[in-house]
Ligand binder design. Structure first.
Ligand code: B4P
Length: 196
């Protein structure tokens, strides 16, 4: 059968709109706190790059700015977690994208410790993505039209996570408008006492 996690892992979800800087913050957190950083966007780009038929299906969703279907995301994510179970402490970057994804994950894979939400305005996110598109072209989803769609999907599908985790005490918010270093100072407070 399918491989499973043998021990309950430590899991933090990192959510925020497109281009808010999730990847940037997770890279810093993983180094300081010895966490396995899994970006669902990166997992899917790797599947696309492999040239598999599943990758072909994933690319259609990414290029349009819509969410990749839950069963695909959950399967790739679980595989990656099982491969890293010797460490078993995870920062999930860009996951979940909806309350449904969160519920499925917590039901089928593991309980989450908290959701780290990086808050930034649409203008800030658009500017950052435009900056990335210039310095680093080649992402199928960094053009203006797809970015508009990704922002819409974020507002309608991902934002409800804040009201889902807030009332049960599992929401941690950071203001993502500032420089990467200033944003990081806010983020790391939520981890600091945990593994010392
Ligand atoms: P992602 O790969 O998650 O793309 P993102 O939201 O643009 O990334 P991020 O917020 O990490 O931005 P970054 O740090 O790079 O998703 C892409 C697509 O994959 C989705 O649209 C969807 O189709 C699919 N997908 C992913 N996860 C899914 C899921 N769970 N379910 C279904 N579908 C899913 O920062 C962006 C830029 O800003 C960089 O150039 C960076 O240098 C700059 N920057 C970062 N922080 C800054 C700061 N503080 N100040 C100034 N610039 C900053």
């Amino acid at each position: 059968g399918e491989a499973e996690l043998n021990t309950p892992p430590f899991v933090v979800f990192v959510a925020g709109g497109p281009g808010c800087g999730k990847g940037t913050q997770c890279t810093k957190l993983r180094e300081e706190f010895n966490l396995i950083h899994l970006s669902t966007g990166d997992l899917m780009r790797a599947e696309v790059a492999s040239g598999s038929s599943l990758g072909g299906e994933i690319e259609k969703h990414m290029a349009s700015g819509s969410l990749v279907p839950d069963e695909i995301v959950l399967k790739l994510l679980k595989n990656a977690m099982v491969k890293n179970q010797d460490t078993n402490r995870f920062l999930l970057d860009g996951f979940p994208r909806s309350v449904e994804q969160a519920q499925q994950f917590e039901r089928d894979i593991a309980e989450v410790s908290f959701l780290l939400y990086l808050e930034a305005s649409h203008d800030t996110m658009k500017q950052r993505i435009q900056g990335r598109a210039q310095s680093n072209p080649g992402r199928v989803d960094d053009n203006d039209e797809t970015v508009r769609k990704r922002l819409e999907v974020f507002d309608s599908q991902t934002m409800p996570l804040v009201n889902y985790y807030g009332p049960i005490g599992k929401l941690r918010k950071a203001n993502a408008e500032k420089s990467p270093e200033v944003v990081y100072a806010e983020c790391k407070r939520f981890f600091s006492c945990r593994f010392l």
